[in-house]
Design a protein around this ligand. Sequence first.
Ligand code: ATP
Length: 457
Amino acid sequence: MNNHESNIEEENKILHIGFDDTDSTNGRCTTHLAYLLTNTLVKKFKVNFIDFPLLIRLNPNIPLKTRGNGAVCLRIKGKRYDEIKEEAKYFIENYSDIGNGANPGLAFYEENSIANDIISLSNNAMDTVLSKQLAEKTAKKNSIQYHLFGKGHGLVGALAAIGCCLDVDHTYETIAYRKKENIGAIRKIDKSKVKKISDESFPNTFNNFDYRKKRVLIAPHGPDPVFCGIRGEDPLITTKFMENLQIDEDLDGYMAFRSNQGTNLHLTKERRLSRILPFTSGHINCQLITKPNVINGGHVIFYVKDNFNDILPVAVYEPTRLTKIAASLEIDDKIEIGYGAHIKSNKRTLNLEYLIIKELKEITYFKNPICEKCNKNMKSEGRNKGFQCPICKTKKNNEPKTVIKKDRGLICGGLYIPDPIAHRHLTKPYFRYNKEKKYDRKQILYLLNNTQWTSKK
Ligand code: ATP
C-alpha cells in the first residue's frame, strides 16, 4: 500500500476512542477529560464527530466504581490518527488522578462497524462484573490498540463505551465545567430559576429539581470540575436550560453528551433467582413468600420466590421512599422488580430499584353487621350468641358477619420507582416510561451538525 492509499483508508475509517477510570474520590472527572480532549480534537485536528460524545453508564452495582460508573467514547472521522492517539494519551496521562485511585484504560478502535464481541462485552458490562483479562482478550482479538495506566481497570469501561452503539432509547446531558481556579468553591445556583426552567421544559428535561424536597439536583457537591449537568431528551433543550440559568460564575465551557442515563439499560435482562450473582443488575418476576418486615432505619425486607421455587430476600431502603408501598405487600402478591444484587451477612440480597405490581392477592376480613337504626357496627355477644347494637341495644341473633374485601391501597399494574433524590444515573424517570426514544441516526446527525454541542473559552 502506498502513502496515498493508506491516507484514503485512514480518512474513511471511524476512530473510536474509549476511556474510563480517570477520576478518584479526590477529584477529576472522566467527562471533563472528554470535554478537554474533544475541544482539542476539533480545534487542533479539525476532526468530524460522527456522533455526540457518548457518556455511557455501566453496571451501577459493581464494587469498583468511584461514583456513577461512567465511561466515555468519542467517535470521529479525520486524518492524522497517529497524532490524535498521542494527544489522547497525553490527556489521560496529564488529566487523570493516577496514583490517587484512578486506574485509567484508553482504547483506540479503527473500524466502521463494531464487532459483535465488543458489543456483547458492552452489553454485559451494563449488568454484570467483567474481568480486565476479558477486556484485554477482546481488545487483542479485534486489533484494538490500548493503554493501561495504574492497574488499568479502566479498560473494561473503555471497551464497553466503544461497544455501546446506543441504537436504542437514549437521553442527553449538557455538562458545564468550571475554570480551574473555581474548582472547590461553592456553586451558586438560583434555585427558583432551576425550578422555573424545569417546569417550563418538562417533560423534555428530567431530574433537575426534586419537587418534594425542593432541592436542586443539577450540581454535584464534590471538588470536581463539573459545575452542573442538565439532563433531557434533546441537546438543544438541555443546553438552552443551562444558558437560561444565567450562572454568575465565569465557566470554562460546556459539552452535550448522548447517554444511556435515564433508560434503565442495566435492568433489561431477566435471570432466574438461583443464577443471580452478587453485584449484578436486572429484573425478575416473583411472588412474595413472607410478609414485609420493617427493620431499623425504616428499611423493609421480604422474601420472594420465582417460578423455579428459588428464594432470595429483597431489601427496600428508606431513601427510595418506596418502603410504605413495600410494607403493604402481602404473601402471594406477584410482582416484578428491578434489582441490584448485593451481599449482606454473607447472603445475596436484591436491592429494589423499581416495583411493578403484577397481581394482588385478595385479602378479606369479616365485619359485624350494622344496626339499621343507628348505622353503627354491632358488637358480638360472644361465639354463636349473636350481635347487639352498642347504642339502641337492638339484638340480631342469626345475622352472619359480612365479608369485606380489603382495600390494598396498591394499584395492580402500578409502577413504583424511587424518589428522584435516590435515583441512580441509569434510573428511568416515571414519565419516560412508554416514551422511550427510537434510534434515528438522521436526527442525531442533524442535531450534531446544527447545534453548538460544545463550547470552550
Ligand atoms: P464516574 O465518576 O466517571 O461516573 P466512576 O468514577 O464511578 O465513574 P470509575 O472511576 O470509572 O467509576 O471506576 C469504575 C471502574 O470499573 C473502571 O475501571 C471500569 O473500567 C470498571 N468497570 C465498569 N464497569 C464494569 C463492569 N461491568 N465489570 C467490571 N469492571 C467494570
